[in-house]
Design a protein around this ligand. Structure first.
Ligand code: NI
Length: 169
């Protein structure tokens, strides 16, 4: 197991579109294990492979307090999204210290492969629904701040660039 470095907005690599995983092999399982360790350590409730500069369709999520309900989604696709929308104040490990409201489908049903390459189907609402949609956006190269106004986005980018420069000192 290893901790992986997380890319921070406005890093251009966060806008890479992830490719589907053709075979769920030991390499994929190792990446998923490293991503889970990285997510728990951060700490966060979700991490997409894009955020650790691995541009494959792989997501780990655990919204439980006890960190004992890990979900791994490989090649996820949303098969049902509710008409009803919900607003949630989101944050992101790639946008540290920034939280803002994003509107998404209130409920989604997602199909994905698990770590054994079997199809799993998850019906999600509330925080899990938000998290799945947020992480799936990462695989498309979308960071949640892109739903905010241009002004907010440029302020966030400036703030994060400054934070990143300060870390170097
Ligand atoms: Ni994120």
């Amino acid at each position: 197991m290893a901790l992986l470095p997380i890319l921070h907005y406005p890093d251009e690599r966060l806008h890479t579109v992830a490719t589907p995983i053709a075979e769920v092999d030991d390499g994929v399982r190792q990446l998923a294990a490293d991503m889970a360790e990285t997510m728990y350590e951060a700490p966060g409730i979700g991490l997409a492979a894009t955020q650790v500069n691995a541009h494959r369709q792989l997501i780990v999520i655990d919204i439980s307090e006890a960190h004992d309900q890990l979900i791994t989604l490989i090649n996820p696709r949303i098969v049902v999204a509710s008409e009803e929308r919900a607003v949630y104040e989101e944050g992101c490990l790639s946008v540290p210290g920034i939280f803002d409201e994003v509107e998404r489908a209130a409920r989604v049903t997602v199909e994905a492969l698990d770590l054994q390459g079997r199809i799993q189907r998850i019906e999600a609402e509330g925080l899990l629904s938000v998290c799945i949609q947020h992480e799936m956006d990462h695989l498309k190269g979308i960071v949640f701040v892109e739903y905010l106004s241009r002004l907010k986005r440029s302020r966030i980018a400036a703030k994060l660039r400054k934070q990143q420069q300060q870390k170097v000192l």
